[in-house]
Design a protein around this ligand. Structure first.
Ligand code: MG
Length: 285
């Protein structure tokens, strides 16, 4: 599974089919590959908690009051990973981590109260699992997508590579801090959507895709991304159902995209939120 959005939106339909046909779903996302690697040999009821690591994105060290001036170019600079435009923006808003919480829920069958996020700026520990006896296992490596991709292809085997080996002495230190939910509301939006279930993760995902597209076109500001997604999710609550069909999910996805466009029009007309070219000179420290 190399595309998390499919599983996030379609989890209620995909997972029962995976079970019915006895398909082994192998993750290629680096965090989920780390969890999957750590889980090898762990008995079925052994997992207690998942700890997803997050680099903190492009604005990890930027004070919250400066987030309103962020430009597309600023947001496309990721400190550790070289990735596509959409996922790099998702990393900057930390929506990527929120989406990965929902992805972990579906892949590993664990409830949202037992999935936590920790900021780890070096991106060397790709995620951790805690077992029932409090033992914690982690998977480490350079931030390089080749490894999770190779493991998805070679599992359960391990193939020799001549890639650069990890050097802990050279790294010297690995650091951690708690995620800032005030600064990055997208994580809580994702937890809330995951807990609502039904089509809500599909609505969150579609609203996010649409909001990121508008940001990349410089039609909304960086901080409008979580604001608009929250509005769309709030409006969907009354329509949500507990066991959606594929048709329900596709309809919810399309509804959310349109609803986000409508909400962004109101934003544009009423205010100050449009990015002006003058603001593009912000320098990150
Ligand atoms: Mg990832």
């Amino acid at each position: 599974m190399a595309n998390k959005e499919t599983l996030i939106a379609g989890g209620p339909v995909v997972l029962p089919l995976v079970r019915e046909y006895g398909v082994k779903l192998l993750p290629a996302d680096s965090e989920h590959s780390a969890i999957f690697q750590c889980l090898q040999g762990v008995p079925d009821q052994g997992l207690r908690r998942i700890l997803l690591t997050a680099s903190g994105g492009a604005f990890r060290d930027l004070p919250v009051e400066k987030l309103s001036n962020i430009t597309v170019d600023d947001a496309l600079k990721h400190p550790n990973w070289s990735m596509g435009r959409k996922i790099t923006i998702d990393s900057a808003t930390l929506m990527n981590k929120g989406l990965e919480v929902i992805e972990a829920h579906w892949l590993f069958g664990i409830d949202y109260d037992h999935i936590d996020i920790v900021i780890h700026p070096q991106s060397i520990i790709h995620s951790l699992i805690e077992l029932q006896d409090t033992s914690v296992l982690a998977q480490l490596g350079w931030p390089d997508m080749r490894l999770p991709l190779l493991y998805a292809l070679s599992w359960p085997e391990r193939i020799y590579t001549d890639w650069q080996q990890l050097d802990l002495v050279k790294l010297k230190e690995l650091t951690f801090c708690a995620p800032d939910h005030q600064k990055y509301p997208c994580m809580q939006l994702a937890y809330a959507a995951g807990r609502s279930g039904g089509c809500m993760p599909a609505v969150l995902n579609a609203a996010n895709e649409q909001a990121v597209a508008l940001f990349l076109e410089e039609k909304i500001q960086f901080l409008d991304i979580p604001r608009l997604i929250e509005q769309v999710c709030d409006r969907y609550v009354i329509h949500n159902c507990s066991s959606p069909t594929l048709e329900d999910i596709i309809a919810a996805d399309q509804w959310a995209r349109q609803e986000l466009m409508n909400a962004s029009q109101v934003l544009e007309h009423s205010t100050i939120t449009k990015v002006s070219s003058k603001q593009k000179t912000l320098t990150l420290t």
